[in-house]
Design a protein around this ligand. Sequence first.
Ligand SMILES: [Zn+2]
Length: 125
Amino acid sequence: MAFTLTSQLEFAAAHRLRGYDGNCARLHGHNWKVEVSVSGSELNDVGMLMDFKEIKRRSKAVIDELDHFYLNDIPPFNEALNPTAENIAWFLFDRLSKDINNERISVASVKVWENDRNCATFTRD
Ligand SMILES: [Zn+2]
């Protein structure tokens, strides 16, 4: 039994995919939507797993590192790691897990939407 909280954020950024044969090899941008989910089974004294504001604040701090950038210019996407939705979801999951996870709460998944139709989800097994 566990509770899951999900918070949505957005950022805008450009990218191009290396080694990809198609439109996305060319420079273009997206208004990316991000869904951060945290889970845990024990609520605090107020009856919350975690304050939504706190999820948003911590997520925004990491997302600000990507917002309005050309992703191919910034680590970890400037070298071997392609700035795909999958890798962005992994990156955000990894960074947020280090910041948020404690004995009561852990990041359950990060979803990254490139547009209204397509999203990638990273979940730790
Ligand atoms: Zn793209």
